[in-house]
Structures are given as structure tokens and as C-alpha cells.
Ligand binder design. Structure first.
Ligand code: G3I
Length: 451
């Protein structure tokens, strides 16, 4: 026993030395979510329930994102189409799928002047106030324990220089409607962060000053508020403001978290990429910036599709903006040129999990498991020689099933082989793939076989 321990620790020292020798980029995360996680943040996207059956869409969603926001499915018109009758099917699909994949959920939005069902549009005064409180209570209760952050109130301030509240049927029920909504949400789901969310508040201006004053007042009076969402829809008419970071910081200084909640930036190429990178930089520079959500996955998924404002093109290929965001988060894309240039030098197959031997590869796992499901991220690290392909074998308990794989091809019975772009791994370098499943997660250490 003692001898085994000594041998094991000698091996650990060798392995540790090999890891220390890796260049920083060799260890870099290769997805937005993984890279953001290394910075203590989430990277999310808006999701439309009806697109989840699109394999390209859901493949990118599961590979890249660690948070989701239902784009329309939690809004008042969707969840309470007739008064007192609640309809959660579409939102439940998104929420339960996200939680099963280990993704956080941003709830959007409990009280908003827009996308109200027609019955609510026709109410006013005390009847509307009562209906609003009931709606907030019912929906937040239905999702209690599942929501990381709720947009409790959305877009309640007017654009322009007045700093006034937006006129709406909700506003006409009395100026206190916002704090009443926040108190109802807190009572219904004490564990969720409660956010105020708006657009054109991304820099310092009359509108953001008015939101700032409201948050300051809520904090002073003990009205429950935990976060402010900055939608960050940018285009030529409404570009990324120069004081974006300063504006996030001044809100954070009030004692609330800040979140970038609906990011999209119209444009293309390096200009678009530079703006995206600047947004990421700003969030990383503000300690209380929890994460970034982009408002859709592919350009074709956007509410502003014509402005090509997102990180993936219509075919699901990552754009320059994607690479800029990943790089700014400290991640790195797997280089296609690496795998393209290695076909001439195929090294002999080596024994599994033996990187110390001077060639071969090792696999380590990070497991996120819950009752009934799991997500496993596997890091494949080349030994002292470059490898040209790899197969990782894991042991799954009987009854467990793999339901989805990314950055690898599952070849049955727990074996995963590289895909085209990540087979070639430089000496000491690494790449990641992942899979999710139902049942209990893997047992034992995976083996890695190199080609
Ligand atoms: O589902 C119906 C479909 O049955 C019908 O055939 C079709 C015809 O127009 O409409 C479909 O619903 C549309 C829905 O998006 C789903 O695509 C609605 O008309 C349309 O109004 C709705 O637009 C949404 C918009 O909010 C409504 O205000 C966008 O998808 C959504 O991206 C957008 O998101 C908002 C945030 O909630 C708040 N901040 C601004 C942001 C962008 O506008």
C-alpha cells in the first residue's frame, strides 16, 4: 500500500512537472462558457424554444453557453394568455433542458409594458396592479429555485433627456409599481437575484442616471434589488459608449451586481469584433459583472438579423467576433492548421494515459452531476510528442446513457474520438471535448490512446 502511494506520488510529480511546462495557451479553454467560467463568469444566450430541434442551433448552445434566457417564452403574453390561466410549456422546455445541461437560467421578464396579453392591456388601476402582482407571484413561484437572476421589471424608463418613467398602463397604476413587483418576486423566490433591466442605459445619460437614482433609493429603503441588466443592443445609431465600463462600475458601487443581458452589435469583421472585445473587457474589469448574455446564437436567429449582430453566421460558423470574445476571455480556438499539417508524421500508438512516457496522451475529467444526469468535460493532453488523433474511453455505470457529445465523435460504449479540427495536439498541448447523459456519471479514470 505504502509502496503504491510512493509510486503514485512520484507519478503525480512527473505529471505536475509536465503541466507546468505547458504554455498558457496550451491550457486555454476552447469555448465561450469554459473561458468565461475561468474568469468566474457565465456566458449566455437568448434561446427560442422552437429552435431547440435544430441540431446546429442546439449543438452550439450546449457547446458554448453556460446560461440561457428564454427570448419570449417567459413574457406575460406567453405565460398568462388569459387571466389566471398559466401556460408554462415552452418556457419549461427551455428551463429544464438548461438545468439538465448545467446551464444557469436568466428569467425574462416578469413585469413589462410590452408583450402583455390583450386582457392585461385592457386593464388599469387597481385591477391591473392586482393582476400584475399575481402574475409576478405565480410565475416566480412556478420557477422558484430554478432561476439564477430574474428581470423583474423591464424597460420602465423613458428614452431621451427627461429621466422620467416611461408612460404605460403599469406606470399609471402608481409610481410604486416597480418596488411592489420586486417585493412580490422576492417573496415568491427568495433565492433568485432580482434585476432591473433596460436599454439605452449602457453609458451615462439621463436615462441611466434615472435608473441609478432608483437603485440608490431602493438600496437606501431596503427594497429588494440585487442586480441591474444592461441590454447592450448596439449599432451605428447607438454604438458602444466610451464610458461603458465606468457606467457598469458606478452601478456596481451602489452594491448591486451588473449583468450584460441582451448583447448584440450590428456590423461585421474586425470592427464588430473589436466592439465585442471591448464589451468583454469592460465586464471582466468590473468585479460585480456576473456575466454576458448575447441575444441569440446565429445571425439568422437575431431580432435584427439584417444587421448580422451575433457571434455565429447563419450556418453556425464562428465569426471574427467569436474569436475576439473567446480571446478576450482568455480562451483560444483550436487551430485548424495544426491538424492540417500533421498528416505526414503519424506516431505509433502508445499505451493509454501515459503522457510521461514521452508520447501518447492523458485524459482528465471535470464532472457536473445532479440526480438523473451529468455533463462531463474531458481535457485531452498530449505528452512530450505531438499527437495526430486520440481516442478516450470512459466507463459508464450500467443504466447510464450518453445523450449528446460535442467536439468529439462518440463511437459507442463510452469511446470518443477526435473530430477533424482537434485531432492534432502539439506536445504538451491540450484540447477539450464534452458529453452529457442521463443516469449517473462515469466511474474511474478515462484512458487516452493517441495516434
Ligand atoms: O410566435 C409568433 C408567430 O406565431 C407569428 O407567426 C409571428 C408573426 O409575426 O410572430 C411570432 O411572434 C413574434 C416573436 O418575437 C417570436 O418570433 C412576435 O411577433 C415578435 O413581436 C417577437 O419579437 C420579440 C420582441 O422582443 C418583442 O418585443 C423578439 O423575438 C425578441 O428578441 C425581443 O426581445 C426584446 C427583449 O425581450 C427586451 N429587450 C429588447 C429585445 C429586442 O427587441
Amino acid at each position: 500500500m505504502r509502496r503504491t502511494l510512493i509510486l503514485l506520488s512520484a507519478g503525480a510529480v512527473t505529471a505536475a512537472a509536465a503541466v507546468v511546462a505547458l504554455s498558457p495557451s496550451a491550457n486555454a479553454a476552447t469555448t465561450l462558457g469554459a473561458a468565461a467560467a475561468e474568469k468566474g463568469r457565465y456566458f449566455g444566450t437568448a434561446v427560442a424554444a422552437y429552435k431547440l430541434s435544430d441540431a446546429v442551433y442546439s449543438g452550439i448552445l450546449d457547446r458554448e453557453f453556460t446560461s440561457v434566457t428564454p427570448e419570449n417564452e417567459m413574457k406575460w403574453d406567453a405565460t398568462e394568455p388569459s387571466q389566471g390561466t398559466f401556460s408554462y410549456a415552452a418556457a419549461d422546455t427551455i428551463v429544464n433542458r438548461a438545468l439538465a445541461n448545467g446551464q444557469k437560467v436568466r428569467g425574462h421578464a416578469l413585469a413589462w409594458h410590452s408583450q402583455q396579453p390583450s386582457w392585461a392591456q385592457n386593464l388599469s388601476g387597481a385591477a391591473l396592479r392586482t393582476a400584475m402582482v399575481n402574475h409576478v407571484t405565480q410565475v416566480a413561484t412556478h420557477y422558484r429555485g430554478k432561476i439564477d437572476s430574474w428581470d423583474v421589471v423591464n424597460e420602465a424608463f423613458a428614452d431621451g433627456s427627461t429621466g422620467a418613467r416611461r408612460d404605460s398602463n403599469l406606470q399609471r397604476t402608481g409610481n410604486d409599481w416597480i418596488e411592489v413587483a420586486f417585493r412580490a418576486a422576492r417573496a415568491a423566490d427568495p433565492g433568485a437575484k432580482l434585476c432591473y433591466n433596460d436599454y439605452n442605459t449602457d453609458g451615462q445619460n439621463a436615462k441611466s442616471n434615472a435608473v441609478y437614482a432608483m437603485v440608490q433609493d431602493f438600496k437606501a429603503r431596503g427594497v429588494p434589488i440585487d442586480c441591474v441588466g444592461f441590454q447592450s443592443h448596439f449599432n451605428a445609431q447607438s454604438p458602444l459608449p466610451a464610458d461603458y465600463q465606468a457606467n457598469l462600475q458606478r452601478f456596481a458601487n451602489l452594491g448591486v451586481d451588473v449583468q450584460i443581458t441582451e448583447l448584440d452589435i450590428e456590423g461585421s469583421g474586425s470592427a464588430q469584433a473589436a466592439s465585442y472585445a471591448a464589451v468583454v473587457r469592460a465586464c471582466l474589469a468590473v468585479t460585480r459583472c456576473n456575466g454576458i448574455t448575447v441575444w441569440g446564437i446565429r445571425d439568422s436567429d437575431s431580432w435584427r438579423a439584417g444587421g448580422t449582430p451575433l457571434l455565429f453566421d447563419g450556418n453556425g460558423n464562428p465569426k471574427a467576433a467569436y474569436t475576439a470574445v473567446l480571446t478576450e476571455l482568455g480562451g483560444a480556438t483550436p487551430s485548424p492548421s495544426v491538424s492540417a499539417s500533421v498528416s505526414a508524421s503519424v506516431s505509433p500508438s502508445v499505451s493509454p494515459s501515459d503522457p510521461q512516457a514521452g508520447s501518447g496522451c492523458a485524459a482528465t475529467t471535470s464532472v457536473n452531476a445532479w440526480t438523473g444526469g451529468f455533463v462531463v468535460t474531458v481535457k485531452v493532453t498530449a505528452g512530450a510528442a505531438r499527437i495526430n488523433g486520440w481516442t478516450v474511453a470512459v466507463t459508464l455505470p450500467s443504466g447510464s446513457t450518453i445523450t449528446n457529445t460535442w467536439n468529439a465523435t462518440a463511437s459507442g460504449s463510452g469511446a470518443f474520438t477526435n473530430v477533424g479540427y482537434n485531432g492534432g495536439v502539439a506536445a504538451g498541448g491540450s484540447t477539450e471535448f464534452g458529453f452529457q447523459g442521463t443516469g449517473t456519471a462515469l466511474t474511474g479514470t478515462p484512458t487516452c490512446t493517441a495516434r
